[in-house]
Every structure is written in structure tokens, then in C-alpha cells.
Design a protein. Structure first.
Length: 197
């Protein structure tokens, strides 16, 4: 298996995205997945792309909560949905992914590149057959889900991690600390809300 499949080199190849403040600030923020309803009622959305870990269920967990399971199944009656994750294709991870697919009834897209690469989002858009401006990217990570989603022209929704204590230290907890500080600083410094309308 190539190193490229195991490690997210695409993050480093797309590092320039973090210097675009407009790509750091999400279009929307919600507290829980079910709060997406408020956005969906007021915006012309046709497709929704979900991250997995800490967005649908905690890291390492195999079970989607009943609330998220029911909500995600309900969404598919009106919207085209898929899941875009940077999970490494190891045997035990694939089993977990297949179990999550069964629980929520949404397919996980295997993109050749990882988030935040634009090609990863394009693979998901091709699957959904939706326009980027009518598609939401819902995720918990600013430097992958939000910057990558905005760079690909999607509307982005930031959701707080379901259970921060399950974050792997070096790959998630450590960078997340700086992401949070960076986002808060930008929100204080710039009137982004006006630009986003
Ligand atoms: Mg995540």
C-alpha cells in the first residue's frame, strides 16, 4: 500500500489554503447534526457531503447514535447525500466504514485524493451530480472540511466534535487547538458575516 493512501500528503500540498482567511471561516455553524434543518429550510440545497469522525460519530466508535442515524436516513428522502472521509484503507477501518454505511444508509466515497484537495470534493460532487453552490460540506475540521470545501466552491457547515476526548493527539487534537484559535482570531478581526451574505 502506498504511503499516499495512509498519510494525508494532500493536506501539505494544499497548505496555501490556510492563508486565505475567507476559506477558514465556515458559512454556517451548528451545534448538532439535526440543527442542519434550519439551514436547509432557508437555502437552496440539493446535496450534502458529510465527514465521518466527530461529525457523524466519535473517533474509534462503531455505533452511530439513534438521533444521528434517524436524522441522516430522513435527510435522504429529500437530499442527495454522501460521506467523504480521509480514513486510511486498512482492513479494520474498512469494516468500520461498511458498518457505518449500513447504519445510516449513506455511501462513503473513496476519493483518490484526500481532503482538503479539490479533487476529493469533485469526486463527491460527481457522485451526487449536484452543483457546488447547491451542496453543503458538513464537518468538524477547519483545515480539511471547511478550507477544502470552500476552495471547491461548496457551502460549508462547521460542527463541534462529538467527543473531543476521542481525538487522536498528534493528528487531530494538536492541530485542532490551533484551528480553533485561528478561527476565533479571524472572526474577531474581520466582519466575515457581511461578506458571506
Ligand atoms: Mg472529522
Amino acid at each position: 500500500m502506498s504511503l499516499r493512501k495512509l498519510f494525508n500528503f494532500d493536506f501539505f500540498l494544499n497548505l496555501h489554503l490556510i492563508f486565505k482567511p475567507g476559506h477558514i471561516v465556515p458559512d454556517f455553524q451548528v451545534e448538532r447534526l439535526i440543527d442542519l434543518t434550519g439551514i436547509l429550510q432557508n437555502h437552496p440545497v440539493e446535496g450534502i457531503i458529510f465527514d465521518i469522525d466527530q461529525t457523524i460519530l466519535p473517533f474509534g466508535s462503531d455505533e452511530v447514535s439513534a438521533e444521528n442515524r434517524e436524522f441522516l436516513r430522513h435527510l435522504q428522502t429529500e437530499y442527495r447525500c454522501c460521506i467523504l472521509s480521509n480514513f486510511p484503507p486498512l482492513a479494520e477501518r474498512i469494516k468500520r466504514i461498511e458498518s457505518i454505511e449500513k447504519q445510516v444508509g449513506i455511501e462513503v466515497i473513496a476519493a483518490a485524493q484526500k481532503k482538503p484537495a479539490a479533487a476529493a470534493f469533485q469526486t463527491a460532487l460527481d457522485y451526487l451530480q449536484t452543483e457546488p453552490q447547491k451542496t453543503l460540506m458538513v464537518g468538524d475540521r477547519i483545515l480539511t472540511d471547511i478550507t477544502g470545501g470552500k476552495n471547491a466552491g461548496l457551502k460549508t457547515v462547521l460542527i463541534p466534535p462529538i467527543d473531543k476526548s476521542t481525538d487522536p493527539f498528534f493528528t487531530v487534537r494538536f492541530p485542532r487547538y490551533f484551528e480553533d484559535k485561528y478561527l476565533k482570531t479571524l472572526q474577531l478581526c474581520y466582519p466575515f458575516k457581511k461578506r458571506l451574505k
